[in-house]
Design a protein around this ligand. Structure first.
Ligand SMILES: [Zn+2]
Length: 102
């Protein structure tokens, strides 16, 4: 009874390539990777718990992408070279910093 639906809003967000469009990334940790990343979407599912037994009484059918205040998905990025996972903004900032240093 507690299975997630197919998460249409999620698919839509992923198809749009959200946020990630046109922004350069550089891994802030290994500083060697500008090419190979994974986008990590944060998903929310509403549930209701019985506070005494801990049993899950209700699960929403849909997973929804968590959005930031500006309406863009709350994204993390994973570096496929060193495995570091961090906020999308951190990868973008690292790329900007690096360009200024040139
Ligand atoms: Zn890395």
């Amino acid at each position: 009874m507690c299975r997630a639906g197919n998460g249409h809003s999620m698919e839509k967000a992923a198809r749009q390539g959200v946020g990630a469009m046109g922004r350069a990334y550089l891994c802030p940790v290994c500083k060697a990777n500008r090419r190979e990343f994974e986008l990590v979407y944060k998903l929310a599912q509403e549930i209701v718990k019985d506070p005494d037994s801990g049993a899950t009484l209700f699960c929403s059918d849909e997973l929804t992408a968590l959005l930031k205040e500006d309406g863009r998905p709350d994204l993390d990025v994973k570096c496929r070279q060193c495995g570091y996972v961090g906020a999308e903004a951190a990868f973008h900032r690292a790329a900007l910093r690096d360009q200024k240093a040139l």
